[in-house]
Ligand binder design. Structure first.
Ligand SMILES: Cc1cc2nc3c(=O)[nH]c(=O)nc-3n(C[C@H](O)[C@H](O)[C@H](O)COP(=O)(O)OP(=O)(O)OC[C@H]3O[C@@H](n4cnc5c(N)ncnc54)[C@H](O)[C@@H]3O)c2cc1C
Ligand SMILES: NC(=O)c1ccc[n+]([C@@H]2O[C@H](COP(=O)([O-])OP(=O)(O)OC[C@H]3O[C@@H](n4cnc5c(N)ncnc54)[C@H](O)[C@@H]3O)[C@@H](O)[C@H]2O)c1
Length: 446
């Protein structure tokens, strides 16, 4: 019971990272919390997002690493067994919802299963029962966008891909974002003949384009067909295959992935009726993540936000709300530099000031490009391609970085604290890293 005689201090709608990462510390601070979930506990990332994807990707990355070592100490290229890989992915993720639910209950959080509808500023109804709270947090996430063309239902979405037990011989991917490129990489490395249809001339538009072009070239070298500036107009079934008809050619395959994005879950559960402001980009909040209704807050992918709709940003927002609700802060939310990566082979990762911004402002920034083929450690790893670009301010502080390589995700993670905590070049030179490691070589090249 809350101080104001509500059943809960905070009631979360949705159980993803936007909810549970903040709910647990909130409960540990003595607040009464409840979480309402219609699907699997933990939401997208553990059940049908990041965790499932990276479990499928591990053998893909390993295969690529082994390929690179042919003639340099390894003989024989492994083959990806699609069915076993999916089975392993399922073993990994099947433990997650139960574990998260147990974690929530162990700190006294009530987990309520069912579809929640907000009925007023302090009440959510689930299966005919009303639950009241001093504050509500809407963390309802997002769902797959469906391309608006005839026959769209014949295409599959990302969740279908993660559950696909039989390897398709030929797969057509519509879209050029994270999901399109990551899933095309997984399928192509397993031997599926993949075609990617881009409706612009670019993929991964938020990333440094010369690196994206390198990545697309690498995919093409593996037999992936990348078709640019093409508009899908319809999807039709033809015998056992599916044909994507476009303004240019027709593309037929056994399996089609619609990877045209994700839309926030904002409709059908009472936001409009209680007066919460939102549009197709998500819920509008102020700099305290408060919606247009005082007692209702929002976190995660459902937000209309400038930072990436990613797991770490959802976690950060959820934790921020916990600080706000427990009086640990009254400050507006301020995001640190947000890293992001495309988990393809090679990977592209970046953080902070972009290379394009730095190059456009030479009076403010310096750019240092390092070709990884000249790095003995990468040579030892047989990582014979790749590049890091570091952006520094005029005082030599690191403010941004981007890399393309098999280890780009790890390298950018290593650099994140230097950027966020504004570590001076002198302090950086005082560090003794473990040698020989990716970390020591990364710092050496700054
Ligand atoms: C295939 C894929 C791969 C991804 N890979 C990465 C990655 O590598 N790195 C990364 O940082 N991010 C990745 N993401 C993004 C990441 O998964 C999301 O940013 C994150 O999960 C958002 O968490 P959330 O809590 O906001 O929403 P969600 O995790 O989607 O949780 C929302 C929950 O609310 C529930 N819900 C909705 N409406 C109601 C209702 N009315 N009543 C009850 N319950 C309701 C839903 O069932 C859902 O479980 C990926 C996403 C996908 C789809
Ligand atoms: N590595 C990661 O961090 C990661 C991985 C997967 C997903 N995610 C998150 O999941 C969400 C969804 O990712 P995504 O890759 O689906 O979305 P996205 O928005 O990144 O990409 C959608 C792609 O579809 C294209 N597209 C849109 N309409 C189209 C049309 N009619 N015809 C052809 N192409 C069209 C767009 O140009 C774009 O290339 C994002 O929020 C992302 O942050 C993150």
């Amino acid at each position: 019971m809350s101080e104001n005689n509500y059943q809960f201090d905070v009631l979360y709608l949705g159980s993803g990272h936007g909810a549970f990462n903040g709910a647990i510390p909130l409960a540990l601070k003595g607040k009464k919390a409840g979480i309402i979930e219609v699907g699997k506990i933990g939401g997208t990332c553990p059940n049908r997002g990041c965790n499932a994807k990276i479990a499928l990707d591990f053998p893909v990355k390993m295969k690529k690493d082994v390929d690179n070592f042919q003639g340099h100490g390894l003989d024989g290229t492994p083959k990806i067994n699609w069915a076993d890989n999916v089975k392993h992915e399922k073993e990994v993720i099947s433990q997650l919802p139960g574990g998260i639910e147990q974690g929530l209950k162990s700190v006294g959080i009530d987990v309520i299963h069912g579809y929640g509808k907000i009925v007023d500023a302090h009440t959510i109804e689930v299966n005919g029962t009303k639950y009241t709270a001093d504050k509500l947090v809407v963390a309802t996430g997002a769902h797959y966008h469906k391309i608006d063309i005839p026959g769209a239902d014949l295409a599959n979405d990302g969740t279908d891909f993660l559950n696909l037990e039989k390897q398709p011989d030929r797969m057509t991917v519509i879209g050029g974002g994270y999901i399109a490129i990551e899933f095309a990489t997984i399928a192509a490395n397993a031997g599926t003949k993949v075609t990617i249809l881009l409706h612009h001339d670019k993929a991964l538009r938020k990333f440094y384009q010369p690196f994206v072009e390198d990545l697309l070239k690498d995919l093409e070298a593996q037999g992936v067909q990348v078709v640019r500036d093409v508009n899908p107009e319809s999807i039709e079934k033809s015998g056992d295959s599916f044909v994507v008809k476009t303004n240019k050619d027709d593309y037929d395959a056994d399996w089609i992935l619609d990877a045209t994005g994700r839309d926030p879950n904002v409709e059908g559960f009472g936001l409009k009726e209680v007066g919460v402001d939102y549009d197709k980009n998500g819920i509008k909040v102020d700099d305290h993540l408060q919606t247009s209704v005082d007692s209702i807050y929002a976190a995660g992918d459902v937000l209309d936000k400038k930072v990436g709709k990613l797991t770490p940003t959802a976690i950060y927002e959820s934790m921020y709300l916990t600080k706000l609700f427990t009086g640990a802060t009254t400050d507006p939310i301020e995001y640190p530099a947000v890293p992001s990566a495309v988990f393809a082979s090679p990977r592209i990762a970046e953080i902070g000031v972009s290379v394009d911004e730095a190059k456009a402002n030479p009076d403010k920034y310096d750019v240092k490009e390092s070709d990884l083929s000249t790095d003995w450690f990468r040579f030892a790893m047989q990582e014979n391609k790749g590049q890091t670009i570091a952006v520094t301010d005029k005082q030599g502080y690191l403010v941004g970085a981007t890399e393309i390589s098999s280890e780009a995700d790890n390298v950018i993670s290593i650099l994140a604290p230097f950027i966020e905590y504004h570590i001076s070049p002198e302090k950086m030179s005082n560090l003794i890293p473990l040698f020989p490691t990716l970390g020591s070589e990364t710092l050496n090249h700054l």
